[in-house]
Ligand binder design. Structure first.
Ligand SMILES: [Zn+2]
Length: 405
């Protein structure tokens, strides 16, 4: 199939989206002294929003006749920062998650942010991998964020089934070490020597690696280990978790070798920041020297697989549908977030990417070509305003200099 034919499918297809138009209020409540909660209340109306895929990629709102292409949904969702922007988004695009209106349509806003951050990490990871994929520090931070952040869910106060974020086996066992049981733990085998150690089958440094008993015991401290240390957890799982899927095991092997050869990680976030436990810069230097080809390859494979898992989880709400009126293909989107992941899914990371607008007071994501003619601003307005600011500053500086002379 040619490229243009592939695009055509999305451009000409109808989109039937279950994004119900809602009024929205966000209340701040204090259920107990010292505790603050933000509650989103949705007031659904009896009609739905209309959407289209602009150029086959970006999900944008349209008028009911489909004629006017409106605002792109993904940048609006990622622009949500507080109660005010939650209200603005929902009133403009509808509630982005599965939603069956009932008498009480209220929910806590906290969970909403974990989904937004997850989407932002996915967008940033696509960009990092598309940009030649050699910013390993960023790729690592974003992959860890997606893999290891505990699975979250959104619950309404009614008894609707909660909506969950992507499940990763690695994240599950990482966050539930106490429950890690015989299902994934290896049986004591004859090769294990309590005095010396054992050989462990290894996917990063094949075929196997010898784990010294003293190194293992130091890490797990006879069961009382410090779980703030990524190195300790990775060492424990490296020795014990062998009944897990291939990519989960690859992640364990990678983290074991990474924390051993490069450094123990303290923090990572959805923006791509990574901080080592050691405050001195030696770990940063080691990042350059210690990250060898085997670690790089394993990391990129993990990052790509993590993206795949996120996409496939969230595309669950999209299905082909047949429009009986036009007798043409259509897509049914069960909830808006799924439509957004479908728009990302259609991007070819080598050719296009999302960037953040260079105007500091804007910071909006926008889709642009991934070539050398990198667009810096999200819109003409932002680029124009920045140019005017620069001009005004120059004039002012000249005036000041003129007075001084
Ligand atoms: Zn902008």
């Amino acid at each position: 199939m040619t490229k243009s034919a592939k695009k055509k499918i999305f451009i000409n297809s109808d989109i039937i989206c279950d994004s119900i138009v809602c009024d929205c209020e966000v209340d701040t409540i204090h259920p107990v002294k010292g505790v603050t909660k933000n509650i989103i209340r949705l007031y659904p109306k009896d009609y739905k929003h209309c959407y289209a895929y602009k150029n086959g990629k970006e999900l944008v709102s349209t008028n009911a006749d489909g004629a006017t292409l409106g605002r792109a949904v993904l940048p609006d969702l990622l622009a949500i920062k507080d109660n005010k922007t939650i209200k603005k988004f929902i009133e403009r695009h509808g509630y982005p998650f599965p939603f069956e209106p009932s008498e009480d349509n209220s929910l806590e806003s906290e969970a909403l942010f974990s989904f937004i951050h997850r989407l932002e990490a996915t967008v940033n990871l696509m960009t990092a991998l598309g940009e030649g994929g050699d910013d390993y520090r960023k790729i690592l931070a974003l992959t860890l964020y997606l893999l290891l952040t505990p699975q979250t869910s959104i619950e309404f106060t009614n008894d609707w089934e909660p909506f969950c974020s992507c499940y990763h086996e690695m994240g599950y066992i990482w966050n539930n070490l106490n429950e890690v049981d015989e299902r994934i733990l290896c049986q004591e085998d004859e090769t294990y020597n309590i005095e010396e150690g054992c050989y462990v089958e290894d996917r990063v440094r094949p075929e196997r690696t010898f784990l010294d008993a003293s190194e293992y015991n130091e890490a797990i401290n006879y069961g009382n280990f410090d779980r703030q240390s990524m190195k300790n957890i990775a060492t424990y799982l490296f020795r014990n978790a062998n009944k897990v899927d291939y990519h989960c095991r690859l992640a364990i092997d990678f983290l074991f070798h990474f924390s051993r050869d490069v450094g123990d990680i303290l923090k990572y976030d959805y923006k791509g920041e990574l901080i080592f436990r050691e405050s001195n810069p030696s770990a940063d230097i080691r990042f350059k020297d210690g990250l060898d080809e085997q670690l790089k390859q394993a990391l990129v494979a993990l990052a790509k697989h993590t993206l795949k898992a996120e996409f496939e989880w969230d595309l669950d709400g999209i299905r082909p549908s047949y429009n009986t009126q036009t007798m043409a293909p259509a897509w049914h989107i069960d909830y808006l977030l799924s439509g957004i992941y479908f728009s990302l899914f259609n991007i070819e990371a080598k050719n296009e990417q999302y960037r953040i607008c260079a105007k500091p007071t804007c910071g909006r994501y926008f889709l642009t070509k991934a070539d050398s003619t990198k667009q810096k601003y999200c819109s003409y307005n932002c680029s124009n305003a920045t140019a005017q600011n620069v001009h005004r500053r120059k004039v002012k500086e000249q005036q000041v200099r003129g007075k001084e002379e």
